[in-house]
Design a protein around this ligand. Structure first.
Ligand code: SF4
Length: 702
């Protein structure tokens, strides 16, 4: 019998709805015509989902030290090693490193086990590499990690400023929504693209600002001052609903057009044009992504953007606002359940005593929740390297190929006495160093929820039975929790029970005003959960559900103690590494249209390899000529950390002095192309997000 099942794409934070047709073993996919993120459209990657469901290379049975075993032996061992480490060295001697690939229910129980029952906050996620600077910026300005707007704003805006985001390749359906709106509205929204590199996104831009890498704060300080000079303050909004403007403006006043031009390397006439466009269009959305976040000044970049929107009162209204788009399908769900080392479930904060008490009581935790943040991703692996972490559980991610200083991370795993990996594939550079491998469900088998960049929660539904002995991540975590002595608190039988528990927690309000509220679903049954249609939060109990797009801050009420938004003083800081005679190039990294992360899911799909089949380094023609690098010749990039050998692409798209390399290829798919090995473990001091786009390297023709 043919079945039609609605589910959600697992690749990017757009969160497109997918309609799968299941006919026995045959599965085909199409866009879900009713899903409000994509209205029936899918990008190339999403439309090839049915090609990546093969079982070749899948991890289908638990393994201990390379030997196939049964679940009981593997789970007993994991629980015993974690218990032993905690007994001998304390709860901070263990850690979880999780992923934006986990479903919200998986993420919730992992966080509950570590923070509520093990008693440590040592759980961090690969979303730290993706959008933690946005989280930090939101929390500083709004008092909460709130994305204010919704996708409709992208179509209703008169101007979109796309900064640090190759939306055309990384969030293709959002890009298509903008492009279609431009067709239908006679060229509106206008688009400004801010990126050191010319990309597919730049092709629809009315203005492309090819700024110096890392100079965004200077650009937006100049914009704030330009708005001031043009008298674009929304005085009523600023007076009633914000604080801290005078200090932020005092810093901005220092940024004359000439100084911004010098720092960003942009011609003054382009700067003037950009500022004039923003001044002229109240319906302005600033979209930003990894180009802003992955920086040692990431949080300041975010706040420099937010300051301009607060100043002009361009927030919480149709067609305007700052808009952080997330890279991973469930980075937002991870934020909701407190998947970062400094957060708690239901958007509560670890550094807030009332929140800790509320969550601890709600969970019936055996002891007060930890009051200090856990180790953030880069520090977590440093701690594994120097022996502080003695038992580490990695879930649904491949840090040996994705974290900065990747060879150091590999050494950290070699040194760590006990490493567990839950994964869908058996052989990855990370899994090679795991003592225990636990087979997890993949897309098309999982059952749970994800949240996209506009705060819309959608279901991922299973299309087939679990292959081999694979289990849901939430189930594996609960099985270990039970063996660690916490059976009652993790006695879930169905993911709907976890979702409902999180929804109940989100409605518990004695910890002060909070943004995240899905308590309308606190009593959801398994059958209702199965039918759950995509919805945007907030969805508080007692409020009738509706399909209207939801925006935050229309009422001017923020989530700081005084309910006012805060202007943050941001100061320009150049990237940590400065090009010099030895390492004269800035190495920029990023994603390609048809590949995903370290290719564990997409690497073998023929259709996806047709776009770009091998790793490359993109150089400016003048740099290539000086180095003697020929088109399609080989170029070696290196620094003290490592080397990669890549095919040269020579293009005017690339700024002189910069080189772009995609993040995807690992040793499994191409020799000597693991670019994460060249990235220094430099992080933003506020967010802990690594600076993945501004390493310095030497380049040499081969
Ligand atoms: Fe999937 Fe993102 Fe493509 Fe949508 S835009 S189909 S979520 S990869």
């Amino acid at each position: 019998m043919t079945q039609t099942i609605n589910t959600t794409c697992p690749y990017c934070g757009t969160g497109c709805g997918v309609t799968a047709t299941v006919d026995g073993e045959r599965i085909s996919v199409a866009g879900d015509a009713d899903h409000p993120a994509n209205f029936g459209r899918l990008c190339v990657k999403g439309s090839a989902l049915d090609q990546v469901m093969g079982l070749e290379g899948r991890l289908l049975h638990p393994r201990v030290n390379g030997r196939r075993t049964n679940w009981d032996e593997a789970l007993d061992l994991v629980a015993q090693k974690f218990r032993d480490s905690i007994a001998a060295h304390g709860p901070d001697s263990v850690a979880f490193y999780v992923s934006g690939q986990l479903l919200t229910e998986d993420y919730y129980v992992a966080n509950k086990l570590m923070k509520g029952f093990i008693g440590s906050a040592n759980i961090d996620t690969n979303s730290r590499l993706c959008m933690s600077s946005s989280v930090a910026g939101h929390k500083r300005a709004f008092g909460s990690d709130t994305v204010p707007g919704c996708y409709e704003d992208l179509e209703q805006a008169d101007l979109i400023v796309l900064t640090g985001s190759n939306l055309a390749w990384c969030h293709p359906i959002l890009f298509q929504r903008i492009a279609r709106a431009r067709e239908q509205r006679g060229g509106r929204p206008l688009v400004v693209n801010i990126d050191p590199r010319r990309t597919a996104t730049s092709e629809i831009a009315d203005l492309h600002l090819q700024l110096a890498p890392g100079s965004d704060v200077a650009l937006f300080l100049g914009l704030l001052d330009a708005l001031r000079r043009a008298r674009k303050a929304d005085k009523t909004f600023v007076k009633r609903h914000t604080e801290g403007l005078s200090d932020a403006l005092a810093e901005a006043r220092q940024w004359t057009l000439a100084r911004v031009a010098e720092t960003t390397g942009l011609p003054p006439h382009d700067l003037r044009r950009f500022y004039d466009l923003v001044i002229a269009h109240d319906k302005c959305v600033t979209v930003y992504s990894q180009g802003v976040n992955q920086s040692s000044a990431g949080a300041d970049k975010v706040n420099a953007i937010l300051n301009t929107h607060l100043y002009a009162g361009r927030i919480g209204k149709p067609g305007c606002g700052p808009f952080s788009v997330t890279g991973q399908p469930n980075a937002m769900g991870g934020r909701e359940v407190g998947g970062l080392a400094n957060m708690l479930a239901a958007h509560m904060d670890l550094d807030n005593a009332a929140h800790r008490a509320l969550v601890g009581d709600f969970w019936n935790a055996p002891a007060p929740l930890p009051d200090k943040p856990g180790l953030k991703a880069v520090d977590l692996f440093k701690a594994a390297h120097d022996g502080r972490i003695k038992a580490l559980w990695i879930m649904a991610t491949n840090p040996v190929d994705s974290l900065p200083d990747a060879d150091f991370v590999r050494d950290a795993l070699k040194k760590c006495p006990f490493v567990v990996a839950s994964d869908v594939v058996e052989k990855t550079d990370t899994n090679a160093h795991a003592h225990v491998l636990l087979p997890a469900l993949a897309w098309g088998e999982k059952d749970g929820t994800v949240t996209n960049s506009e705060r819309r929660i959608s279901r991922q539904r299973p299309l087939r039975a679990a292959p081999g002995e694979a289990r849901a991540d939430w189930r594996i975590i609960c099985d270990v929790a039970a063996r660690m002595g916490f059976r009652d608190a993790f006695a879930y039988k169905h993911p709907s029970e976890i979702f409902a528990e999180h929804a109940r927690l989100s409605g518990a309000k004695n910890g002060g005003a909070r943004d995240f509220d899905i308590s309308a679903h606190a009593e959801i049954s398994a059958a209702q959960y199965d039918r759950l249609a995509p919805f945007q939060w907030p969805a508080p109990a007692g409020e009738a559900p509706d399909d209207q797009p939801k925006r935050f801050f229309a009422d001017g009420k923020f989530f700081t103690p005084g309910r006012k938004a805060r202007f943050i003083v941001t100061s320009f800081r150049a990237p940590a590494a400065t090009p010099d005679a030895q390492h004269p190039f800035v190495l920029n990294t990023g994603r390609l249209r048809d590949q995903w992360h370290t290719m564990t899911r997409t690497g073998d799909a023929e259709k996806l390899a047709q776009h770009i089949a091998e790793p490359f380094a993109e150089l400016n023609p003048l740099d290539a000529a000086r180095l003697g690098v020929e088109a399609a010749g080989l170029v070696r990039l290196g620094n003290a950390r490592g080397e990669v050998l890549l095919r040269a692409q020579i293009s005017e798209r690339q700024r002189q002095g910069s080189i772009f390399v995609p993040i995807h290829w690992t040793d499994q798919f191409a020799a000597n192309a693991r670019v994460a090995a060249l990235i220094a473990p430099v992080v933003d001091p506020v967010s802990g997000q690594p600076e993945s786009k501004a390493a310095t390297v030497a380049a040499q023709a081969v």
